[in-house]
Design a protein around this ligand. Sequence first.
Ligand SMILES: NC(=O)C1=CN([C@@H]2O[C@H](COP(=O)(O)OP(=O)(O)OC[C@H]3O[C@@H](n4cnc5c(N)ncnc54)[C@H](OP(=O)(O)O)[C@@H]3O)[C@@H](O)[C@H]2O)C=CC1
Ligand SMILES: CCCCCCCCCCCCCCCC(=O)[C@@H](N)CO
Length: 293
Amino acid sequence: QPVSIPIKGRHVFITGGSSGIGLALAHKAVSEGARVSLLARSLSKLEEAKKSLHLAYGVDVGIFAADVRDYDAVKRAVVEAGPVDVLVVNQGIFVPQELKKQDLDEVKLMIDVNLVGSFNVVKAALPSMKGRKDSRPASIALMSSQAGQVGIYGYSAYSASKFGLRGLAEALQQELISDNIHISVIYPPDTETPGLEEERKIRPKMTDMIAGSGSVLKAEEVAKKTLDGIKSGRFSISFRLEGQMLAIAAAGASPQRSFLIAFFEVAFAGVSRIVTLLFLSNVYRSITKSHAN
Ligand SMILES: NC(=O)C1=CN([C@@H]2O[C@H](COP(=O)(O)OP(=O)(O)OC[C@H]3O[C@@H](n4cnc5c(N)ncnc54)[C@H](OP(=O)(O)O)[C@@H]3O)[C@@H](O)[C@H]2O)C=CC1
Ligand SMILES: CCCCCCCCCCCCCCCC(=O)[C@@H](N)CO
């Protein structure tokens, strides 16, 4: 069933809000009249973000320096920030590498920050969200990636962490629907951010090539579509034509409240499977070719 989640005057709490997509989302939310809180590790980056928001809108946001891996620190921040209406769990790290060359420490780091860290944030905010006085619908949005819909060469740990968010989201939606809390999972392609800039320096060529079959978006575009998706209670949020196609191919057993999109998912299920197999056959051909060279 359709739902509409208001943003104006409500408390939007964004993890990883000091940079990239999270910061762009903070700008969007403030511009739509939300009270915004940001959480990240580095206090200096948070202060810079706060300054940029003050400069743009003359509005002060709350900032909280904490590592999502530290549950107690996250809990303290969430309690201090006050009851959350829209929780955006966006922090994430990406260190692409073939598993054979990647240290297990790096694998664990990605799972810890991207997946376990997201559990910490959700768990810390849930009591106040469930117990909120405001009876209007609330939202929890989890930042996945296209690499959370299809496994990609060089992203074994990253893809696993992002696929994990989808399982969390599907289960949590069933647990929270009676509390009028609505879950969104966001699946962006490559997006111009400080994080992507770092990633590009080390990304294996094959990963670069496969990711190159998707778009490269500006953080502002991802932020706008994300906030619009949250407001209309969309469970899966995708970008551009290839993103919509991927979403249809990966629809699986995710919930869907738009009758129109449900119709597309059903009507194009067969065709999108064919397109997926063609896409994968291209991917495997490139891998085989580059291996032979
Ligand atoms: N850019 C891209 O191409 C894409 C990104 N995504 C996802 O979007 C999200 C944001 O990415 P992007 O904007 O590029 O990333 P950035 O690297 O630009 O920003 C990451 C943010 O997360 C914070 N963060 C990192 N580690 C932790 C931690 N342990 N605890 C708390 N905060 C942390 C960072 O602050 P600090 O370092 O100070 O902690 C920063 O605010 C990620 O989840 C990413 O996986 C999805 C698809 C594509
Ligand atoms: C139906 C078939 C459709 C086929 C087209 C789909 C193309 C898939 C490309 C996947 C790209 C993954 C990018 C990950 C971005 C990301 O998360 C990193 N930058 C790290 O942040």
